[in-house]
Write a protein that binds this ligand. Structure first.
Ligand code: ATR
Length: 277
């Protein structure tokens, strides 16, 4: 059996083992996927021990994505752009690092939610790791405008400057929440960690264009504070990040096993479980 694992701190409540077990069953892959709790000061040692035991790959979660980036011998272009690694593959020529978080959110929006990004106005809230990880795939999706807004304006501006060359023909702008003014957007993505503290980013109600979709990278059994605020402010549709979780897992599975699992049934059963069904 080929061995895979999620490494993080904490990892106890992660849904990744169940997701990968479902993918493996569906695609007939002989593999196991475990949870590994690494000590906060023991990430690299824990990875190396797993490699020595024959491990083939790992997903990396909080707080180790930057350490995984540093540990990798080879980085994919999207891992480089994200500045973080959530997928490690252990191969004969060393440790390969990739990042599937950004492609996960874009696939969830475009494929699962039927919300095209090409030619649409996209507002990305936040300028931390989650926002950075989404930028390259968002740019590649070809929006008509991409604006990064962050509570701390300078961080948004710095992030936009770093992606300026990659953006090419996609207008990429940035600023603070208070600089959004009356600009309206078709897709509003919350990549801040505000929902962790049950807070909603302080953005104007006017950001929601007619038909707009509000998307939170976070999820829970109840709508996040951002999604509640978005609906109250007039967003036509809202979605949480459960689909992103499943899509980033599917992309990791594809990297490791060379086959893309069908995410529909897995997402539906996770949604039912999350709702307490
Ligand atoms: P992550 O890896 O989840 O992106 P991070 O790198 O620490 O975490 O970034 C957290 C992001 O959430 C930042 O953009 C932060 O805004 P600041 O740069 O102004 O700190 C944002 N954030 C956290 N709590 C927030 C809140 N209550 N309202 C708005 N933005 C918040």
């Amino acid at each position: 059996m080929d061995r895979y694992a999620l490494i993080g701190h904490p990892v106890a409540h992660s849904k990744s083992p169940a997701i990968h077990a479902a993918f493996a069953a569906q695609t007939g892959q002989a593999m196991t996927y475990a949870r590994i709790l690494a000590p906060l000061d023991g990430f690299a040692d824990t990875v190396r021990a797993f490699i020595n035991e024959g491990g083939r790959g790992m997903n990396v979660t909080v707080p180790f994505k930057l350490e995984a980036f540093a540990l990798a011998d080879h980085l994919s272009p999207r891992a480089r752009a994200a500045g973080a690694v959530n997928t490690l593959s252990f191969r004969a020529d060393g440790i390969h690092g990739d990042n599937t978080d950004g492609v996960g959110v874009v696939r969830d929006l475009v494929v699962n939610l039927g919300c095209p990004l090409a030619g649409r106005r996209v507002l990305l809230l936040g300028a931390g790791g989650a926002a950075r990880g989404a930028l390259q795939p968002l740019i590649e999706a070809g929006p008509s405008a991409l604006h990064i807004a962050n509570r701390t304006a300078a961080k948004a501006v710095e992030l936009a400057e770093q992606f300026h060359a990659m953006a090419g023909a996609v207008p990429l702008t940035a600023g603070g929440f208070d600089e959004i003014g009356t600009a309206a957007f078709d897709v509003i993505i919350n990549a801040t960690s505000a929902s962790l503290s049950a807070a909603a980013p302080a953005i104007p109600d006017t950001v929601y264009a007619p038909g707009a979709l509000a998307y939170d990278m976070m999820y829970g059994s109840a709508p996040t504070a951002f999604l509640v605020a978005a609906s109250a402010a007039g967003a036509s549709r809202s979605a949480d990040g459960l689909g992103m979780l499943v899509e980033q897992a599917a992309e990791s599975f594809l990297i490791w096993r060379g086959v893309r699992p069908d995410t529909t049934a897995v997402l539906a059963s996770l949604r039912t479980a999350l709702a307490g069904g």
